[in-house]
Design a protein. Structure first.
Ligand code: AMP
Length: 213
């Protein structure tokens, strides 16, 4: 049995064409079912649905042989013990700094002010602001980062931006682009040795179906 860990939403939807290229179709709709283990048209392949930030843990400890997860998750939570063969170029977005549209970020940075920054990405944010020599107090949040500057909780946020619509709807503007993010295929190292042939076939099929830039 080969087990692939995916999170619901964008990663699940954008992984489906890659699976199809490997001759695999998921036979249940995760949005309509409460099942956490989904069958596929291949009796030896199943999909497990986990939280995006749990995908690396499943793959690392062998709860799944393969997984698809964002580079943001891998960099923030660690990618030890996993083989990372492919940038799938799906779920593309960027990690950015955003502030209220009436906040003068450039002046605050120039004056050496200490910024309060709310984010889920405490590690990546610490590294980024340290590399710029900007002093920050980081506030860890688990969701709806956009609310923090609007309520006075923080001066800035570090979050994923795709279309920019969420920022715009909340009167926020992007002031720094930290890095481009996309989803990666990760593979359990022991599984790659023990189930080499079927896993290699999936990796090769995914590689051939990666969307071009
Ligand atoms: P957008 O309005 O298209 O810029 O999307 C921004 C919202 O979607 C923010 O709440 C982000 O945290 C989330 N988001 C954007 N892209 C991704 C992604 N690739 N993976 C997970 N969340 C994302």
């Amino acid at each position: 049995m080969i087990t692939l860990a995916l999170s619901k939403g964008r990663i699940f939807e954008e992984t489906m064409p890659l699976l199809a290229a490997a001759g695999i179709e998921v036979t249940e709709d995760p949005e309509k079912s409460r099942k956490l283990i989904l069958d596929t048209t291949r009796p030896d392949v199943r999909v497990v649905l986990v939280r995006a930030s749990d995908v690396p843990t499943y793959v690392q400890y062998g709860g799944a042989d393969l997984g698809v997860t964002g580079l943001d998750v891998l960099l923030e939570n660690g990618n030890q013990g996993m083989y990372q063969p492919l940038d799938l170029r799906i779920a593309a977005c960027r990690l950015s700094v955003a502030v209220r549209n009436d906040y003068d970020y450039a002046s605050a940075v120039k004056q050496g002010s200490r910024l309060r920054v709310a984010t889920k990405y405490v590690g990546l944010s610490r590294d980024f602001f340290a590399s710029k020599g900007v002093h920050v107090d980081l506030i860890k949040l688990y969701g709806s980062m956009e609310l923090a500057p609007l309520t006075g909780l923080a001066d800035a946020i570090v979050d994923l931006v795709s279309t920019g619509n969420t920022l715009k709807a909340n009167h926020l503007v992007e002031v720094e682009r930290i890095m481009d993010i996309s989803a990666r295929l990760v593979v359990n190292q022991a599984a790659l040795k023990l189930k080499r042939e079927p896993i290699r076939r999936i990796i090769d099929a995914f590689a051939s179906a990666i969307p071009s830039v």
